[in-house]
Structures are given as C-alpha cells and as structure tokens.
Design a protein around this ligand. Sequence first.
Ligand code: TMP
Length: 206
Amino acid sequence: MIRGKFITLEGGEGVGKTTNLEFIRDYLQNRGTRFLVTREPGGTPIGEAVRRLVIDSQGMEAQTELLLMFAARAQHIREVIEPALADGVWVVCDRFTDASYAYQGGGRGIDTEIIQFLEQWLQKGLQPDLTLLFDAPIAVGLTRAQSRGQLDRFETELPDFLSRVRETYCDLARRWPHRIKLLDATQPLAGVQAEIAKHLDSLFQS
Ligand code: TMP
C-alpha cells in the first residue's frame, strides 16, 4: 500500500482557507484520489470538544491553550491521520502544528523549544508533505473575517498579536521552503488557485 500524502493549510485570520479548501477538494475528486478533509483543533469527537473549549473560553492561560492544541492533535494523529495515511488515503488538514508555532509561539510568546518538544514527542517524525500558507496583511484578513459575522477569541486579538502570528508563519516558510509554500492571498482567487494546482501537481509527481 502506497502511503497517502498529508497536506495542511495555514494562515492568519480571514485569509481564504475555507474557499481554497473547496478548490482542493474538487481537484482531488477530479483526480480520483481517496482523501479526507479534517481540521485542527478538531477532527475527532474529543478534538471537537477541545476546539469548543479553546475557541470559546475566556481567561485561558497560554500554556493551557498550547497543551489543549496538542491534546487534540495527539488524538487526531492516532485516531484519524495516521490510519488514513497508512491506508493510502490523502489527508487534507485545515491547520496543524505550524499554527501552534505561529499562535502559541509567535502570538503568545511560548518558547519554540517547548513546542518542538511536544511536536517530537507526539508526532514521531510525522510532517505534512505539503503546507499551503495563505498570507495577507492582517487588515485584509480581519475585514474578511468581520464580514463573515461574529468574531472568535483569536479573531479579536490585538493587531500586534496577529502581526506576530503572520511573521512567525513567514519565518517558518523561509525555514522549510520545500514543504511550506507561501501564497499571496491578496491576488485574485484564480491566481491563488492556479498556484495551488501547481503545488498539487508536483505532489502527485513526487
Ligand atoms: P480556524 O480559524 O482555522 O477555524 O482555527 C481556529 C483557531 O485556532 C485559529 O484562530 C487559530 C487557532 N489555533 C491555534 O492557536 N493553535 C493551533 O495549534 C491550531 C491548530 C489552531
């Protein structure tokens, strides 16, 4: 059995991940690929319960937030991601560990080494084959997020926090250029999707 590919989507608030997820779904369906779409935090009953807690709670400590993200992730990896990949199914995940580096590391200021420790302990070398990082100035993303309706706890963070999240994502893309592909989410949608298709084409050839 050929192992499935693991694709993750990342980016700040309101950068258009959901719209592009639909494009990826159509692309993989047209290719006849067996795949599943999932998200973090979430993706399992336990993970979805953690998601509600982490997104809705007020007064949550940064350490609590980080550990809950990884608690949901541990469950997700063992219950969904690893079994699917081993079965040859491609996994498309809306956010993964890069989000912990960006939000809890960059945003909340938790030491990178602590996140690295949790990553190594829980992922045992599991890494996405491709990460699509949607990038837009925070003002653009926030306007889009606002137009969707009520803002959650992360979307109402101060601009400084959101700028640190964005910078950390861009640093990660510079650090892992083969895995993380930075996409300019301010260009017309057709341009973004042409780039996504190009990266997916390469993944099929790899
Ligand atoms: P969403 O906006 O993609 O629905 O994700 C929910 C929020 O969770 C988003 O604002 C970013 C945040 N998040 C983290 O802070 N750390 C993480 O590790 C993950 C996966 C998400």
